[in-house]
Write a new protein. Structure first.
Length: 118
């Protein structure tokens, strides 16, 4: 019998603050879909999920929910950028800018095994 890993069982690791009182709870399935769509960027599947969450947390608060919805549609569901942006009422230029900023932040996140918070 396979047991759940500490990361997959601790859903608080997938919570992203939106402001002082609200937080967005990311679904592990959506995180996994986005990670697959982006390609491997960490040494483990769980590390990929944590890296995505940490990059999202470093986005400006007002952009976090929008960039996540866009990333789920673009990378998780493999939709063209124009369609993914249009589905959430965003123009393609702004969508491209958000995804580029998210990608830069993603590259800057240290591997989870090198952080002291885990």
């Amino acid at each position: 019998m396979q047991t759940a890993s500490p990361v997959s069982s601790d859903r608080s690791l997938f919570r992203v603050p939106l402001d002082g009182s609200l937080a967005m709870q990311l679904r592990p399935s959506e995180l996994a879909g986005v990670a697959v769509g982006l390609g491997k960027f960490d040494s483990s599947e769980e590390g990929d999920l944590l890296t995505l969450v940490e990059a999202l947390r470093t986005m400006p608060v007002n952009d976090r929910a929008r960039v996540w919805e866009l990333a789920v549609r673009r990378y998780g569901r493999h939709k063209p950028l124009a369609q993914a942006a249009g589905e959430i009422g965003m123009d393609q230029i702004h969508a491209r800018d958000l995804l580029e900023r998210f990608s830069h932040l993603l590259a800057a996140v240290p591997p989870p095994e090198h952080t002291t918070t885990l």
